[in-house]
Design a binder for this molecule. Structure first.
Ligand SMILES: O=C(O)c1ccccc1NCC(=O)[C@H](O)[C@H](O)COP(=O)(O)O
Length: 221
């Protein structure tokens, strides 16, 4: 399966246009007020809405349902990524409007079965690194070996501290449910300001990635 690429924390129109040119699949816009990458006030909703050729993902943390609904409409968001402590019921309500990426913060260990209730109410999982009380954008990597025991076929985004130097290691990962890689702070000159040369190099390296052996779908628990 071809690996998709998401670049998160976009706040500038020129960065968004460059992602489209490079063939990046997903652009992430952060609507969490306490993030240094908050898109509000930096990039107009009309620009996000009118940009074609890339899927637009709104990132939220425990946000009020009506606010998410409004921002999806205003910005023409294609997906919503939920980074807080949202319940399966909340995910299901959002999923009536737009596909859902449910993010989980991975620490030293993981209990995969705790994620099972989120499978029917999300389209993708996203695995990020647990760092204190932070919700994302930490630049820290978790132990990817934990993913070897992932028991579901539910597709996931791999995130957390991915940098340009990881392109080769990503190429070697043989994880059938790995759908996309998500990058952010390791490709910035300042929060929300992407180093597009770095992004371009990473995208080229990943697109050269050899096709991994397809082991077929694994049974969902
Ligand atoms: O990036 C943020 O500031 C952020 C804040 C609150 C919730 C989510 C946030 N980012 C979401 C992402 O999808 C990031 O790409 C992901 O956390 C990985 O970031 P990084 O470790 O910097 O690559």
């Amino acid at each position: 399966m071809e690996l998709n690429i998401k670049v998160c924390g976009i706040t500038r129109e020129q960065d968004l246009q460059a992602l489209v040119q490079y063939g990046v699949n997903y652009a992430g816009f952060i609507f969490y007020e306490r993030s240094p990458r908050l898109v509000r006030g930096k990039l107009d909703a009309a620009i996000v809405r009118s940009t074609a050729g890339i899927k637009k993902v709104g990132v939220f943390v425990d946000e009020d349902l009506q606010t998410v609904q409004q921002l999806v409409a205003d910005n023409g968001l294609d997906l919503v990524q939920l980074h807080g402590n949202e319940t399966p019921e909340y995910c299901a309500a959002i999923r009536k409007i737009v596909p859902v990426v449910k993010a989980f913060r991975i620490g030293e260990q993981v209990s995969w079965q705790e994620l099972a209730p989120f499978i029917p109410v999300s389209d993708y999982f996203l695995f990020d690194t647990a760092v204190g009380k932070s919700y994302g954008g930490t630049g820290q990597q978790f132990n990817w070996d934990l993913l070897k025991s992932y028991p579901f076929s539910h597709p996931f985004f791999l995130s957390g501290g991915i940098g340009p130097e990881h392109a080769a290691a990503l190429a070697e990962l043989e994880l059938p449910a790995l759908f996309a890689v998500d990058v952010n702070s390791r490709f910035e000159t300042a929060p929300g300001v992407k180093d597009m040369e770095k992004v371009q190099g990473f995208v080229s390296a990943l697109l050269r990635r050899p096709q991994s052996t397809d082991h077929g779908p694994q049974p969902s628990a």
